[in-house]
Every structure is written in C-alpha cells, then in structure tokens.
Ligand binder design. Sequence first.
Ligand code: PMP
Length: 284
Amino acid sequence: MSYKVYINGEYFDKENATVNVYDHGLLYGDGVFEGMRSYNGKVFRMEQHMDRLWFSAKAIALKIPGTKEEMAQAVNQTLAINNLKDAYIRLVITRGVGPLGISPVRCPHPQVIIITDNITMYPQKCYDEGLEIVTASTIRTSPAAFSPRVKSLNYLNNIMAKLEGLNAGCDEALMLNHKGEICECTGDNIFLVRNGIIYTPPTDAGILEGITRGAVIDLAHQNGISLQEVPQTRHDVYISDECFLTGSAAEVIPVVKVDGREIGTGKPGPITKKLITLFREMIS
Ligand code: PMP
C-alpha cells in the first residue's frame, strides 16, 4: 500500500516523499522523532508523545514549527487521509537544510515529516513463549555525553547493540549504562519481577522514558501491583522470577532467557501475563 507522507504541510506519495541531501537530519543525525501507535483511529497517549517530542527538541535547541495541538492535528489528518485505523506513526523533525558543517545556526527551517504505515509486531509466538535476549557489550550513551532521554535521530549507539543481539540470534539486546547497571533494550524499556514486586531502571539510569513504560507503571499502580523504579544489575536480572519489555511497537512482551540463562521458570510469568491483558484492555 502506498500511503501519503506529510512533509511540511504537504502530502506526497511514498515514492516521492524525499528530503534534501543538505538536511542536517541526514548529514549529522540532527533532529528528533517519535514512534507512536494508533488503535482504532485514536493515537495512544498523543499528549505524552507531544510532550516528549517538545522536550527532545528543546534539549537540542530545535524550535518545532507550530503548536503541539497543530502537530497532533496533522498526525490525525495523516492517519485519516491514509484511511489508517491501527497504525504505526513516525513523526520526525529534522534540523533542516543548511550548509555543510555541523553548526545548526544556519538551518533556519526545521522539516516536519509524518509517516503513517502498517504496524509490524513481533510474531504471536514471541508473546506466548517469550523472547530470548542477550546483553550487548555496547553500553548506552552516558547522560554526561548526551541524554538518552532525547529521542534523537542518532541511533547508532543502539544500532551497534542491536547488531550484537542479531549476531547472537536475538531480536533485542539489553544495554547496560556507564555504571554497569541495566538500562534498557535497543528499542524497548525493561522490567523485572521478583517476589511479586516489579522493578524497572529509573530515568537517571540513562533510559528513554518510554510512553509504554509510563502506561505500564500507571497500570501497576491502578491494579495494586507494587512497582519500584530503582537501579538494577545483571545479577538482579538473572535471579528474577519474570522479565518483560515495553515499547510502542512491541507493547508488553515477555522475556524468558537472558544471556542463555532461563528467567524464572523459563515461561512468561503471571504478572507479565496480567500486564499484557491489562494493556490490551486499555487499548481496546
Ligand atoms: N527505549 C528506546 C531506546 C526506544 O527507542 C524506545 C522506543 N522505540 C523505547 C525505549 C520505548 O519507548 P515507547 O514506549 O515510547 O515506544
């Protein structure tokens, strides 16, 4: 299916949706983005996505044209034009066209791109039986270098870790932070369960604050399941009863093996299954 792509207020066929080669988004990865989901025509947690996008842009001193409301409207309009109900949405703001050289100062016009497409999730088998992941030796960017809280167009740090995962036959890889604590996976946040309590690395472990992570934290609180945002190590992973990941594309997905070691019983655990059910109820 050839969906129309929004670029700066105009719609283009996918084949003709192109950017200038002098765009600093392409030349230097200078820009920010969001990955969102729509369920039955409604974008999941649109406001939170807009807030995160605006924070990301502010952190890199990029002024997004227009307001959050106008951006949300453009996203909804793009979904409607493409007649998409259950979709994956990629909203990209690049620094825009400028002369060669990394200075952003001479790029006066940021580009706004909205791509809406079908969603590819993990196969159902992965939800039923759980994923196997490995720890990558590539660590997450230190917040002292560049904050992982910014969802920037420069994903090479995560891509290097993803390659390690793929080379080990795994679709996801766990990344540690500069202190050796567990941080997050290459495109998903991580949660552990021990003795009925859920643990997840805190923001200052150097994670991207996932929108799905936020939704799962809310669901745990609303349903009387204890959840703590505290630093965790690989030791904590290995002795966990359960492990699961969250992300806009993956939603909530169990992990049953890490670094070749079985987690808990080696099958998706009861709290993970409960959260998968609660999450599906929330979006339906
Ligand atoms: N961490 C990283 C590094 C990510 O790229 C993503 C999203 N792809 C997530 C976590 C999950 O965030 P969200 O729930 O907002 O999709």
